[in-house]
Design a binder for this molecule. Structure first.
Ligand code: C2O
Ligand code: CU
Ligand code: CU
Length: 509
């Protein structure tokens, strides 16, 4: 099937039935969520956080705090506020670690120097402070912040320590005007996290969780279990962050007649696409973001639309002996496997109709990546009991990759067949996806161009999911404005994989 034909099937036709999906997508997983304690559907309202703090004018005091098992960043009395900065502003943040253990703040997706990267190599001790000061060099987009102390990132994030970081520039403001969306009303941030029930924020992975990832049983959106939200009959912009430790979502919207509701993808991790892409579903792996426009103007009052994750094959294809070994240590209770389908959020259509707003032809301009000087393979796989990159695991004293000053490189992220999906993340730089090769059929069938790319591959990225057997080529412009060389990390954002060492250091310049 040609790329153009695939695009027609997968991304432009609203209401095409599930029957078009390859078998692997639909086979197997039933909606076992109903068996999960506390998985009641749509009884609680979505928390729409008005908690935004503008950075730039003065230094912000930010604390990491704990309350029994729950952790949070607190600033100006707000828990996990959205930090907002204009491109070019200076972020100055006085961070206080009020936890009983070391932590850091990592500014996920932002182009900062090593000192401000919070990468875990110089953790902030309990009761100590650290001032992060950096110019905001990124384009507009939804970035996020979370701790990164090596070996404890998964636990601290799961227990609640994360927030979003919105960067705004002229393209962003122009888009809001054109779509007539208002932050906190028709523009909503949706933060997805799957949680376990009954145990508060306790994080206690069994060997199986450590191998595959810590999967919850109940979906939370903005901290609320399966909420509902009343919406007007108009265009909504949803900025979605997957803050889950390990879960990948196959996101789609479904109306109350069971039909798919088409939407537009406006942007990815590193901000707006050049043009909006019509879609019916997208994959969103841990740490990825998607900026989406959904038009509710054609739906009658009283109807509803559900944001769901559809079934897919998890492709956690490890050697039998490895899996038997971890099962032998006891199965983990209260989790749903990756790829299980369930509902996340229900939109209830309310109010009078407004005219539907057209999406602008052009959203932004993407920087092109200069031709690469080097092709660098990064092989992802499992050996001797560990997830590895190029057969190595993280070593704070070893720099695995040396990038010459000012270089552009093509990285070949090659996942072995006997592996699992890995959400590969690079610190300090946004990259472009150049091509996907030898993708598994369900992924190949979602491609929107003849290079095998998905709609979500078309923008700037800092995290990209690489499926077993697949090679994802990415182009990275490693130029920096810093006089000295800088150290960054590349790792899997399945946080259990990361904590177990699926991470390498790179030196740039
Ligand atoms: Cu969001 Cu190194 O991580
Ligand atoms: Cu990061
Ligand atoms: Cu991984």
């Amino acid at each position: 099937m040609t790329g153009a034909r695939r695009r027609f099937l997968r991304c432009a036709v609203a209401g095409a039935g599930l029957s078009l999906l390859p078998r692997a997508w639909t086979a197997g997983a039933a909606d076992v969520l109903e068996g999960c304690a506390g998985a009641s559907a749509f009884t609680l309202p979505l928390a729409v956080s008005p908690d935004r703090i503008a950075l730039g004018a003065q230094t912000l005091a930010l604390r990491a705090t704990s309350q029994q098992e729950s952790l949070a960043f607190v600033a100006n009395g707000m828990r996990n506020p959205t930090l907002v900065a204009a491109t070019g502003a200076t972020a100055s943040i006085d961070f206080v670690n009020a936890l009983g253990e070391p932590t850091t703040v990592h500014w996920h997706g932002l182009s900062v120097d090593t000192r401000n990267d919070g990468n875990g190599e110089a953790p902030v001790a309990p009761r100590a402070t650290f001032r992060y000061v950096f110019p905001v060099r990124n384009r507009s987009g939804l970035y996020w912040y979370h701790p990164h102390p090596h070996g404890a990132t998964a636990r601290q994030v799961y227990r609640g320590l994360f927030g979003t970081f919105a960067v705004e520039d002229d393209d962003e403001l122009a888009l809001r005007r054109a779509l007539r969306v208002v932050v906190g009303d028709t523009e909503l941030a949706l933060v997805l996290q799957d949680r376990r029930t009954g145990d508060g924020d306790r994080y206690a992975p069994a060997p199986e969780d450590e191998l595959l990832g810590w999967y919850g049983c109940v979906p939370h959106v903005n901290g609320t279990l399966r909420p509902y939200h009343d919406v007007g009959r108009t265009m909504y912009r949803l900025r979605i962050l997957n803050a889950s430790n390990a879960r990948t979502y196959r996101l789609a919207f479904r109306d109350d007649a069971g039909d798919a509701v088409a939407f537009h993808l406006l942007g990815t991790d590193g901000g707006l696409l050049e043009q909006a892409v019509p879609c019916r579903e997208i994959m969103l792996s841990p740490a990825e973001r998607a900026d989406v426009a959904v038009d509710f103007s054609g739906l009658a009052q009283g109807r509803y639309v559900t944001l769901e994750t559809r079934a897919f094959a998890a492709m956690q294809d490890l050697p039998r002996a490895v899996v038997d070994d971890v099962h032998g240590h006891g199965r983990s209770a209260g989790s749903l496997a990756d790829g299980a389908p369930f509902d996340l959020l229900q939109f209830r259509i309310r109010g009078a109709a407004t005219a539907s707003v057209p999406i602008p032809q052009r959203l932004s301009h993407l920087p092109s990546i200069p031709a690469s000087e080097e092709d660098r393979p990064l092989r992802l796989g499992f050996a001797k009991g560990r997830w590895r990159i190029n057969d190595r695991v993280y070593d704070m004293d070893a720099t695995a990759i040396d990038v010459p000053t000012g270089a552009s490189e093509t990285w070949l992220l090659r996942n072995y067949h006997t592996s699992a999906p890995h959400a590969m993340h690079l610190h300090g730089f946004q990259f472009r996806v150049v091509a996907r090769e030898t993708s598994p059929d369900p992924i190949a069938s979602m491609a929107v161009d003849d290079r095998g790319r998905l709609a979500t591959d078309l923008g700037l990225k800092d995290t990209v999911l690489v499926w077993p057997g697949e090679t994802v080529r990415i182009g990275v412009d490693f130029r920096t404005p810093y006089p000295d060389s800088q150290v960054y990390l590349v790792h899997c954002h399945n946080l259990e994989h990361e904590d177990a060492g699926m991470m390498l250091r790179l030196r740039v310049g």
